[in-house]
Design a protein around this ligand. Structure first.
Ligand code: SF4
Ligand code: SF4
Length: 106
């Protein structure tokens, strides 16, 4: 996990990011509504006092559900065809969605 500074905003924001995927979390924006912990199919976010934390960054399959449900844009992720394929494959097979080097789409 890397902690970077976003410098193109009036106030520098801490961002939690990782080289494994495009998930980016800005904890300073989080209002602790808990939506990301409910909608994420892989439990990537977890309660952590006044703000959520990224509990398993590498579990993110870039489905975009957390970003769509976060009311304050505290999460960014570039969801794409690969993750959609993973979700569809999981629905068809009844297995957990997976994404990674062995992903072959559907
Ligand atoms: S993009 Fe999907 S898998 Fe990744 S953290 Fe958000 S809800 Fe979880
Ligand atoms: S959905 Fe956004 S505001 Fe709500 S807990 Fe998650 S990161 Fe925080």
């Amino acid at each position: 996990m890397n902690l970077l500074q976003v410098t193109d905003e009036p106030v520098a924001l801490e961002v939690v990011a990782n080289e494994m995927n495009t998930l980016r979390y800005y904890p300073q924006r989080c209002i602790n509504c808990g939506m990301c912990t409910k909608v994420c199919p892989h439990g990537v976010f977890a309660p952590n006092g006044a703000k959520v934390k990224v509990a398993d960054h590498t579990g993110c399959i870039e489905c975009g559900a957390c970003r769509m449900n976060c009311p304050v844009a505290a999460i960014e992720v570039d969801s794409g065809v690969g993750c959609a394929a993973a979700m569809i494959r999981a629905a068809l097979t009844g297995k957990e969605p997976t994404c990674g080097p062995d992903c072959r789409g559907i």
